[in-house]
Design a protein around this ligand. Structure first.
Ligand code: MN
Length: 340
């Protein structure tokens, strides 16, 4: 299904449904929340009864967002979440393409197999047979940009308001690292230009997202760079590891390690950066790269994950020491690519 076909059919399709549920991915980021809330506000304007479910809590730097209190956090209110899913006549996947990305929601999502699905997403390797309708564009900055396109198609003059514009800007801003990567076409800037207005202040939104560190969070960042970063020059790679005790020492709060993985890429000849974090018995890998080198393959082939060319994630069930060892074992396979 092409983008044009999706746009042409969207309104007729969506208005058939009475109870729509929007779901986004586990550990929701700015794009997950921004795209889901903007889409939620848009569907409300179309007169649709709509709910938003996220698997677990959002990071605190998003807590000011319009509509955030309307979101159901599944692991805090599971009964209600199950009720929403079971009574939905359409389920929308935003910013992910496979139910395994929905944490605790996964099981219940799989129960309602008869409910049709709609997808709006920019991740790779989508199995389109699952979806009644889909807008899937890998070369788009963010799911929020795709939602912006959907709303623009139906008329910004009719549907855009400050809440929607704010949510969309948050999503595009965070998924592009403040417009520093993942921009594939001029439309990203053009659409953002249309979202900004005298009452939607880009600088204020940026400040609310990025200048909200606690003292502990900033000190944790210092600790990561000063004490936990290893640079492997022959591989143009740097990695940072954080054990459970590191996180405890800095009174870790959800979202505190957000963005940490980007810092090693500030080193001139570092092409890949990896953050390895110990989380409730699981090791999480976060990969970033600059240029052509694709971390999607690394995450997919060795760390049970995937994502995009320049940003991906994965997990392993082992200790932090084993995780670092495993990463160092895999690295030589990419030496040639990393030296190109
Ligand atoms: Mn995204």
């Amino acid at each position: 299904m092409s983008k044009q076909l999706f746009l042409n059919k969207f309104q007729e399709f969506i208005t058939q449904y009475k109870r729509v549920v929007i779901v986004s991915h586990v550990n929701p980021d700015g794009d997950a929340i921004g795209s889901s809330l903007a889409f939620y506000f848009f569907l409300l304007k179309l007169g649709i009864d709509v709910k938003v479910i996220i698997p677990n809590d959002f990071p605190s730097f998003l807590s000011w967002m319009p509509g955030i209190d309307d979101i159901l956090i599944f692991d805090k209110n599971t009964d209600k979440g199950v009720e929403y899913l079971n009574s939905a006549d359409l389920i929308c996947y935003l910013d992910f393409n496979h139910p395994s990305r929905t944490g605790l929601v996964h099981n219940d999502l799989c129960h309602c197999t008869k409910t049709p699905r709609l997808l709006i997403d920019h991740h790779r390797d989508t199995d389109f047979s699952q979806f009644a309708m889909y807008l899937s564009e890998v070369e788009t900055s963010s799911t929020s940009e795709l939602v912006a396109e959907v709303i623009q198609y139906h008329g910004f003059d009719k549907y855009l308001d400050d809440n929607i514009a704010t949510c969309l800007l948050v999503g595009i801003m965070t998924d592009t690292g403040s417009f520093s990567h993942s921009i594939y076409h001029p439309e990203t800037f053009e659409i953002c230009g249309k979202l900004i207005s005298p009452t939607v202040d880009y600088q204020l939104i940026h400040s609310k997202i990025y200048n909200t560190f606690s003292e502990n969070r900033l000190r944790l960042l210092g600790h990561c760079i000063n004490n936990r970063m290893t640079v492997l020059k022959e591989y143009h790679t740097a990695y940072i590891y954080l054990s459970k005790s590191d996180l405890e020492a800095f009174d870790y709060q959800v979202g505190d390690t957000e963005g940490v993985v980007n810092f090693p890429l500030m080193i001139d000849d570092v092409k890949m950066s990896v953050l390895i974090t110990e989380r409730q018995g699981v090791i999480r890998f976060s990969f970033r790269s600059k240029g052509e080198f694709s971390v999607h393959e690394v995450a997919k082939d060795h760390f049970n994950g995937g994502g995009h060319t320049n940003a991906a994630g994965g997990t392993l069930n082992c200790t932090i020491e084993q995780a670092i060892k495993e990463f160092l074992k895999v690295l030589p396979q990419y030496k040639t690519l990393l030296n190109q």
